[in-house]
Design a protein around this ligand. Structure first.
Ligand SMILES: NC(=O)c1ccc[n+]([C@@H]2O[C@H](COP(=O)([O-])OP(=O)(O)OC[C@H]3O[C@@H](n4cnc5c(N)ncnc54)[C@H](OP(=O)(O)O)[C@@H]3O)[C@@H](O)[C@H]2O)c1
Length: 363
């Protein structure tokens, strides 16, 4: 694949940004590393022999300067509820393609409403280039293609393993906000951990609860299936916390509790170790139903979530550098099709019918 044009990796010194930077270099890319923490960005850039730009997100003219002449930015600085808007604004001003690795439903929604603006500028806005939402989005469109009359879609994740500080901090931001599902094409508030399902990701059934993740926006844009639920197979402790959020949302969502939890997270390790990433695996399951007895089920097995995120984000970068960047708000599947995920090393997809699923004995 021809790799042309300079590109910026913002948030390069974060846990995920650094994984992306290292893999990018191993794959022959020369991203310009950027971020607000001078020491951390400089030492990584020096080690990898890359150019760097030191800047925060609060100065539009410096952002425009940093993006001038760039083909794309891969934005890895989150929580994206705080960082996406200034970067997307700068991308639209400078006609630079915008990619990020968010999983936050509010961020997807905010970018989706800028579709016309992005089309007019010839810019692609493609949030969610990581584990959330590349596999699930591709699986959703694959299932919709198998059952074109689908009216209901359920997607589920399992096996994300240890969270990075950034992911945990982003999750803490969501505490106290309740849950969401899509009903009749619209986002609808529901209680936290509203529904529970037993789901077989390929290694026997696991208990999963509903969670308000970005697929509630992306799967809708990719499939137009009007009713969408998103599940996460969490251990008992996390499921209990999610249910507690239903009753104690006011307390868990208070700034004092958030500050306490964030301090605990920041005192811990930055993310999974290399060994944990090497051993870990993750799974995505999906089901569509048409309300008239038709049902299709499929699942994906992927490398560990952060390893997958680095590989997937760079696969997207390579598509954009090769000139495949449809203008406007895109999802991974609308931009590159449902089989895009199968090109990411370590990913397998299994199609199941309802009979196969039912025949599996309970664990
Ligand atoms: N979708 C997915 O599957 C997926 C996978 C991995 C990560 N993520 C998301 O990606 C984000 C980063 O995760 P991580 O694990 O890399 O976190 P991390 O290690 O905490 O790194 C966060 C990065 O963002 C920067 N940053 C944070 N707030 C900023 C701001 N206001 N202005 C400029 N830079 C800012 C940090 O810079 P400083 O060092 O200067 O603070 C750092 O470079 C999180 O939101 C996480 O949820 C999503």
């Amino acid at each position: 694949m021809v790799m042309t044009g300079p590109w910026l990796l913002y948030g390069a010194n974060g846990y995920t940004g650094e994984l992306v930077a290292r893999l990018a270099v191993a794959l022959g890319h020369r991203p310009i590393l950027a971020g607000r923490s001078a020491d951390a960005v400089c030492s990584l850039a020096e080690e990898l022999g890359l150019e760097r730009r030191l800047l925060g997100l609060d100065d539009p003219s410096r952002l425009d300067e940093a993006l001038a002449g760039m083909n794309l930015v891969l934005h890895c600085a989150g929580p994206f509820s705080r960082t996406s808007r200034p970067m997307a604004d700068a991308c639209l001003r400078t006609r630079t393609h915008y990619l990020d690795i968010t999983g936050e439903v509010g961020v997807f929604e905010a970018l989706a409403v800028r579709d016309a603006e992005a089309r007019a500028s010839g810019v692609m806005l493609l949030p969610g280039c990581g584990f959330e939402v590349v596999p699930s989005d591709c699986l959703a469109l694959h299932l919709k293609n198998r059952l074109p009359g689908a009216r209901r879609l359920a997607l589920a994740y399992a096996g994300f393993g240890r969270l990075s500080r950034g992911t945990a901090t982003t999750a803490i931001e969501g505490l106290g906000r309740g849950g969401l599902v899509r009903r009749g094409g619209l986002l609808a508030p529901v209680p936290s951990a509203w529904k529970t399902r037993r789901i077989d990701f390929g290694e026997g059934p696991r208990t999963a609860v509903t969670l308000p993740l970005g697929d509630l926006t992306t799967a809708w844009h990719s499939t137009h299936v009007p009713d969408i639920e998103l599940y996460f197979a969490a251990p008992l402790g996390l499921r209990a916390l999610a249910r507690a959020d239903r009753h104690l949302g006011g307390i868990l969502g208070s700034s004092a509790v958030r500050r306490f939890l964030t301090a605990r997270v920041c005192a811990g390790p930055p993310g999974p170790t290399e060994e944990e990433r090497r051993r870990g695996r993750a799974f995505v399951w999906g089901e569509v139903e048409d309300g008239a007895g038709g049902r299709a089920v499929a699942r994906l097995a992927t490398p560990e979530g952060y390893t997958f995120t680095a590989r997937a984000a760079l696969a997207v970068v390579e598509r954009v550098l090769a000139g495949q960047a449809p203008a406007g708000f895109q999802t991974p599947a609308t931009a590159f099709g449902p089989d895009f995920v199968l090109g990411i090393p370590g990913v397998t997809r299994t199609d199941l019918g309802s009979d196969l699923e039912m025949a599996r004995p309970p664990a």
